[in-house]
Ligand binder design. Structure first.
Ligand code: AFP
Length: 341
């Protein structure tokens, strides 16, 4: 009988932890708790299409429980799965204006968690892939009490771990703790994440670009020229590129990371800081993509070097295959030099 060789996420986390003799196991516990939240959210996302059919649309479901919007459900699930572990001092979520305090008996943990519970949620009704994104830091406030805003507002380069869970044709948990990017697919039969993507690396150059071209009119002139350049024919540089835009960042970046590609959500004349959020969208994705050998910038500066000022600040982002991100940066720089003359 052929030997089936599979590695669960739980075992992988423990094996990674063993590489660091001083590790206390706290980060491993956090990742375990996150994978549990991911399983519950995945289950709920998979039921989304049934909402209208089996009558879960009212305020109460058949159990008499209140039905929540899926993104609020995902937020609540993350909080419930994470706030009693004793490994966190504070959390922050896209769904809450302020930081989320951990109950006082459990807030002495040395880690900080930021997350977007359900990114791309406007796509849910169309059965398009959506995702949960998370980012973990070490606390910087004194370790004898509640965590603070200062713990949350650290540069992305200080992240200890980051990951995303994509709810698509299957549910995949992708994470990095600073030594490569690892992907695990949820086996619905076992209810376990099984390693499916070992040490993901992204191609240095690609042939795919992802951007909302409906905003063309409002773009920086350098970006307009770059996109036109990608659409020209040139065999040597493998142009024209292919356009792929789902409108769900996790799904767009996941695809690009595997096949090679550049994802852009730029600033434009209507949104001077772009749309996406630095702390729980851009920083974690930038950490993951860099770990996979890619690059992430705001058009000029490395995303991970940006000093955050507020929890929900937005930032333009160009992320993906290294050569492609460098090229768009050079188009933008060239136009800025011209404009300054
Ligand atoms: P929603 O969570 O509101 O669906 O937004 C998704 C998102 O934050 C990100 O996942 C997409 O890449 C981006 O917005 C799409 O924005 P546009 O609709 O402006 O292209």
């Amino acid at each position: 009988m052929p030997q089936i060789k599979f590695l669960t996420l739980a075992r992988h986390i423990v094996e990674e932890e063993r590489k660091y003799p001083g590790a206390t196991g706290e980060l491993s516990s956090l990742l375990h708790d996150l994978s549990l939240a991911a399983k519950v959210i995945s289950l709920e996302v998979n039921k989304a299409g049934l909402v209208d059919i089996i009558g879960f649309t009212g305020d109460n479901n058949i159990h008499g429980e209140q039905v929540k919007k899926l993104d609020i459900f995902a937020h609540d699930m993350m909080v419930r799965a994470m706030d009693h572990g004793g490994h966190l001092c504070v959390m922050a979520s896209e769904e809450e204006e302020d930081v989320i305090h951990i109950p006082s008996r459990f807030n002495i943990g040395k880690y900080v968690l930021l997350f977007d519970p359900l990114d791309g949620s406007s796509n849910i009704d169309a059965n398009v892939s959506i995702g949960t994104i998370f980012s973990i830091y070490r606390r910087v406030s004194p370790d004898n009490g509640a965590g603070t805003m200062e713990d949350c507002l650290q540069k992305g380069s200080q992240q200890v771990a980051a990951g995303y869970i994509i709810y698509g044709s299957s549910t995949i948990f992708v994470y990095t703790a600073g030594s490569g990017v690892h992907g695990f697919t949820l086996d619905p039969a076992f209810g376990e994440f099984i390693r499916s993507h070992q040490n993901i690396t992204t191609p240095k150059k690609s042939r795919i670009y992802s951007i909302n071209e409906g905003n063309y009119l409002y773009w920086h002139p350098g970006l307009k020229k770059y996109i036109k350049y990608l659409q020209e024919e040139d065999e040597k540089t493998e142009r024209p590129y292919t356009g792929r835009y789902i409108g769900s960042m996790v799904a767009d970046i996941h695809r690009n990371m595997l096949y090679g590609g550049i994802f852009m959500y730029p600033a434009d004349s209507r949104s001077p800081n772009g749309k996406l959020r630095l702390m729980y969208e851009c920083n974690p994705m930038a950490f993951i993509v860099e770990q996979a050998g890619g690059r992430a910038s705001d058009g000029k500066n490395r995303i991970l070097d940006i000093q955050p000022k507020t929890l929900h600040q937005r930032v333009p982002i160009f992320i993906g295959s290294e050569a492609d991100v460098k090229l768009v940066e050079s188009f933008i720089a060239k136009e800025e030099v011209k404009a300054a003359k």
